[in-house]
Design a protein around this ligand. Structure first.
Ligand SMILES: [Fe+2]
Ligand SMILES: [Fe+2]
Length: 437
């Protein structure tokens, strides 16, 4: 069957991608935009906070490495929602996968604890200078967005705020802020249509390109976050990424391309970050309004991912995961779906069906597969994608067989597509994970 599928592979449409011309700055900035979506508005809160904090740190003549850390920590400062099922170790786990200094994670955690009011940093004086800079930058940003609509009045009230509130919190930071406020360009840079560009110009190591390992690590970090946003879905995004990567490998894609398919799986529900928890956690049926919010999420995933350089294919695969071959899916209702679009879609359906949800129990693997097969018969799912899924599920019972299949295709064990484990670890851990899907 593998040979048959490999023959169907159109190498002209799917080129091999061994390099990843994506800079870390742009990736983190784009993903933090998804976090801003989780707020009530898309006002670029994280971008503007990062701009203000980086300007303050530069004005205070801090070391370049410290300024760079502040840039990233400010971009990510709202990454972790104020929910009880987040804790310090989970936050470190999420942030630890990012190819950034450990200081960034420390700063994000300290700020999160400060806002929770339950950590050691219960008073502002307990925060480090970098953390205080980010905190005051965030407060300033909130004042900026919620302040007067007339610009001259806004500037006046923010100067007052800087002289009173910021100065009472930290005199040195307030002095650096006052310097910024005297500069016309600072006010211009803060504007909605300019702040992103202004921030990019201050970005650290802008030439730094990510390799596929880093890209996968960052994506897995965000998949952890997406999954944690709604604990009822368990490890949904992580498992969709793994299953989709396995299907892609069996389809005949090379390691780099298969990992890009995994990344689409990890991030396919990124748009869910903007859906309120009350809707995601609801056990009963959804109202029309709630359903509308749910149906927007693949579009939001696409919108955020398509902003990232070189993510055109990943954005498409992720955005199409609720589309169906007969045009009955959403958000576009398109029917021109590729096998890879449908690989992410079947991985999503299969994972969801075989997991417990608040409103139903998990189906067995066999029942889930036959339900998806019925969708193939109805013309909703591509047969090739179903066959790849079936092979992935069947192959979980024999790691050796999987290795043989992969070797026959001139590559190493396809389970490595999602893990990087060696064969023994795959048997011990990889299969355990697959067993739970
Ligand atoms: Fe989804
Ligand atoms: Fe999903």
């Amino acid at each position: 069957m593998i040979k048959m599928l490999a023959e169907k592979l159109d190498n002209k449409t799917i080129e091999n991608r061994n390099t990843v011309p994506v800079s870390l700055n742009k990736l983190i900035a784009a993903l933090s935009a998804a976090v801003d979506l989780a707020g009530s508005s898309d006002r670029k809160h994280s971008l503007r906070t990062a701009y203000i904090a980086t300007r303050l740190a530069s004005n205070m003549s801090m070391e370049k490495a410290e300024v760079d850390n502040i840039y990233y920590a400010a971009l990510l400062h709202d990454l972790i929602p104020a929910q009880s099922y987040f804790n310090q170790s989970l936050i470190f786990e999420i942030l630890g996968n990012l190819p950034l200094s450990s200081q960034v994670a420390k700063q994000v955690v300290a700020l999160w604890q400060y806002k929770q009011g339950n950590g050691i940093a219960s008073r502002l004086g307990h925060l480090s200078l970098s953390e205080r800079i980010i905190y005051l930058a965030e407060c300033f940003e909130n004042q900026y967005c919620n302040g007067e609509s007339e610009e001259y009045l806004l500037r006046r009230s923010l100067s007052n705020w800087s002289n009173r509130v910021a100065a009472a919190a930290d005199k040195k930071i307030a002095a650096a802020l006052a310097d910024c406020l005297r500069e016309e360009a600072f006010w211009q840079d803060l504007k909605e249509n300019r702040v992103q560009r202004a921030l990019e110009q201050m970005a650290p190591d802008w030439r730094q390109q990510l390799n596929i390992d880093d890209l996968e690590k960052v994506s897995r970090s965000f998949s952890l976050l997406i999954d944690r946003k709604n604990p009822y879905t368990g490890q949904h995004s992580q498992r969709v990424g793994m299953i989709a990567g396995c299907c892609a490998r069996l389809y005949g894609l090379d390691s780099a391309m298969s990992r890009r398919v995994s990344i689409a799986g990890y991030l396919h529900d990124l748009g869910k970050l903007s859906i309120p928890e009350v809707i995601l956690d609801k056990a009963g049926s959804l109202t029309e309004r709630e359903m509308q919010a749910i149906r927007a999420h693949p579009y939001d995933s696409y919108a955020v991912l398509s902003e990232i350089e070189d993510f055109t294919d990943i954005a498409r695969w992720a955005g199409n995961h609720h589309e169906r071959m007969d045009g009955s899916g959403y958000p576009w209702g398109r029917s021109d779906l590729t096998v890879v679009d449908q690989i992410v879609a079947v991985a999503d359906i299969y994972e969801a069906l075989t997991s417990n949800r608040p409103y139903r129990r998990a189906l067995s693997q066999g029942d889930a597969l036959s339900l998806i097969k019925k969708q193939v018969a109805k013309g909703k799912i591509r047969l090739e994608a179903y066959e790849l899924l079936e092979m992935t599920v069947e192959s979980k019972n024999s790691c050796k067989e999987a290795d043989n299949l992969a070797n026959a295709r001139g590559s190493s064990c396809w389970f490595r597509v999602y893990s990087g484990f060696d064969a023994k670890q795959i048997a011990a851990e990889g299969l355990k994970r697959i067993d739970r899907i």
